[in-house]
Design a protein around this ligand. Structure first.
Ligand code: GLN
Length: 454
C-alpha cells in the first residue's frame, strides 16, 4: 500500500509507470502474507517490483512503449518475471521505456518522456533519466518500487542507472532467459535488475537468472548466491584501466571520478594495471549496424495481424503499410530503415558482415586482457551526467544521442557482464556512475568490486 500510494501521488510527475496493477499487487501481496504465515517465504517474498514494459506479463498490458502493440495482453509470462513471482515478488505495474528499447533518454516512448527525479542544483529544468530503461531507473530512484527489471542491448540498464544514482547490472549474455521479452536485437539483448544498491541488485539477479529450455542461448550454469561475494576483500585482484576509454571531449570531472574509483579499489587491495582494448573506437559504429539489422528482422512480425494495432487498408499490403506507418515511432522507423539497408543485397558484405567481423575483434580484445590475468575492467559508465529533456543538439542529430552509449556498447558486443554503480556527483550535483566489466559468467566479481565503490 505504501508503494502504491507513492506511485499514485508521484507518477503524474515522473511518468515512470505506464500501467499500475493495483489489484494484482494487492492480490500477490496477500498471497505473500499467507506464505510468510505458513513459514514458506521465498527469497523475494512480498518485495514490490516494477517491471519494464518489455517483459511479457500474463494478462497484463505489454506494449514495449509502442503504439503498435496497443491493447496487447500476452497469454504467457516471460521467464524472468515468472522466476521473480516464484520467489514471492509482487508486481506493482509496468514501467515506461524507450519504444522497443531504442533510445538513450526515454524520449522515444509512445507514452511520453520519463522525468529524472534528480535536478541540477538551483535549476528547474527537467532532465532525462537515460534510456531505454528510463522508467525502471526513475522508479527505483524515486522510491516508487523496491527494485525493477530492465534490459540492456547497448547500455539500457547501465546508462539510466548512472543517470539516476542507482545500480544496474547487465549480466553475461545467456545468464537470463530472453523468452517472453520483446526482442530488439536478439544477439545483444539481456535482462538485468536496476536497484538502489549493489546488494539489492545481487539479490534480484539471483532470482532473475536461469537456464531455460525456451531460450536456446540461455546457459546451464549454477547461479551463485551473489550476496556471498559482497564482503570479500579485493586482495590479489587485478583491475584493468583501458586507455581507449579516455575519449576526446570527455569532461574533466568524469576523469576525476575515474581516478577516484581507481584509488578506492587500490585502497581495498586491488592491483591496478593499464590495459589496451584497441578496437574500442569501432564498437559504437558496429553496434549501430548490428542492432538495427537485427531489429529490422525482429520487428517484421508487427504486421497488424498478429498483435495489437490494426489500421484498415484497401488490401492486405495497404493494411500492413498503414499499420506500420501509424504504429511505429520515428526512432523505430529509423532503425528499421538502417537495418533493412545494411542487410540488403549489395550492402550486406560491406556493412553487416564487416560489423560482425569488428565484433569478433572487440571480443578478442577482452579475451586477451583477461588471459593476461585481469579480473575486471573499470571505466566511466557515461560520458556525461543526465541531460535535459528535449535537448536541441540531440534532437537535431541522432548520432549525438548514440554517443551516449560509447562506454556501454562494447560489453554487449562481447557478451560480457557489466555493472554501473553510483560513484559521486558532478559540479551540478547530479549523479555519475562508474562501470565495471567482467569475465563471462563472473558477475560475482562485479558485485564484489562495485560494493567497494558504492
Ligand atoms: N541506446 C542504445 C540504443 O538505442 C541501447 C538501447 C538498449 O540497450 N536497449 O540502441
Amino acid at each position: 500500500d505504501a508503494y502504491l500510494g507513492a506511485i499514485d501521488a508521484a507518477n503524474e510527475t515522473f511518468n515512470a509507470y505506464v500501467a499500475v496493477t493495483h489489484d494484482k499487487a494487492r492480490e500477490m501481496a496477500k498471497a505473500s502474507d499467507a506464505r510468510i504465515a505458513a513459514g514458506q517465504a521465498g527469497a523475494l517474498e512480498g518485495i514490490p517490483l516494477g517491471i519494464k514494459d518489455l517483459f511479457a506479463t500474463k494478462g497484463v498490458h505489454t506494449q514495449a512503449a509502442s503504439h503498435i502493440l496497443d491493447g496487447f495482453k500476452p497469454r504467457y509470462e516471460s521467464t524472468v518475471t515468472a522466476n521473480l513471482w516464484t520467489d514471492g515478488a509482487v508486481m506493482l505495474g509496468k514501467l515506461n521505456m524507450d519504444e522497443f528499447a531504442m533510445g538513450s533518454s526515454n524520449e522515444t516512448s509512445y507514452y511520453g518522456p520519463v522525468k529524472n527525479p534528480w535536478r541540477a542544483k538551483g535549476s528547474n529544468t527537467d532532465l532525462v533519466p537515460g534510456g531505454s530503461s528510463g522508467g525502471s531507473a526513475a522508479a527505483v530512484a524515486a522510491w516508487l518500487c523496491a527494485g525493477a527489471t530492465a534490459t540492456d542491448t547497448g547500455g539500457s540498464i547501465r546508462q539510466p542507472a548512472a543517470f539516476t544514482g542507482t545500480v544496474g547490472i547487465k549480466p553475461t549474455y545467456g545468464r537470463c532467459s530472453r523468452w517472453g521479452t520483446v526482442a530488439f536485437a536478439s544477439s545483444l539483448d539481456q535482462a538485468g535488475p536496476i536497484a538502489r544498491d549493489v546488494r539489492d541488485a545481487a539479490i534480484l539477479l539471483k532470482s532473475m537468472a536461469s537456464v531455460d529450455k525456451k531460450d536456446a542461448t540461455s546457459v546451464d550454469l549454477p547461479v551463485p548466491d551473489y550476496t556471498a561475494a559482497l564482503c570479500q576483500s579485493l586482495k590479489g585482484m587485478k583491475i584493468g584501466i583501458p586507455r581507449e576509454y579516455r575519449v576526446e571531449g570527455m569532461p574533466e570531472e568524469i576523469e576525476t571520478l575515474w581516478q577516484q574509483g581507481i584509488a578506492w579499489l587500490k585502497d581495498a587491495g586491488a592491483e591496478i594495471v593499464d590495459i589496451t582494448l584497441p578496437h574500442t573506437k569501432y564498437a559504437l559504429p558496429a553496434y549501430y549496424i548490428v542492432a538495427p539489422a537485427e531489429a529490422s528482422s525482429n520487428l517484421a512480425r508487427y504486421d497488424g495481424v498478429r498483435y495489437g494495432l490494426r489500421v484498415p487498408g484497401k488490401d492486405i499490403t495497404d493494411m500492413y503499410e498503414q499499420t506500420r506507418a501509424a504504429g511505429f515511432g520515428r526512432e523505430v522507423k529509423r532503425r528499421i530503415m538502417i537495418g533493412t539497408y545494411v542487410l540488403s543485397a549489395g550492402y550486406y558484405d560491406a556493412y553487416y558482415v564487416q560489423a560482425q567481423k569488428v565484433r569478433t575483434l572487440i571480443k578478442r580484445d577482452f579475451e586477451t586482457v583477461f588471459a593476461d590475468g585481469v579480473d575486471a575492467i573499470l571505466t566511466p559508465a557515461t560520458p556525461s551526467s543526465a541531460f535535459g529533456i528535449a535537448d536541441q543538439d540531440m534532437a537535431a542529430d541522432p548520432v549525438k544521442m548514440y554517443l551516449n552509449d560509447i562506454f556501454t556498447v562494447t560489453v554487449n558486443m562481447a557478451g560480457l557482464p557489466g555493472i554501473a554503480v553510483p560513484a559521486g556527483l558532478d559540479h551540478k550535483g547530479l549523479p555519475l556512475g562508474l562501470q565495471l566489466i567482467g569475465k563471462p559468467f563472473e558477475e560475482e566479481t562485479l558485485f564484489r568490486t562495485a560494493h567497494v565503490i558504492e
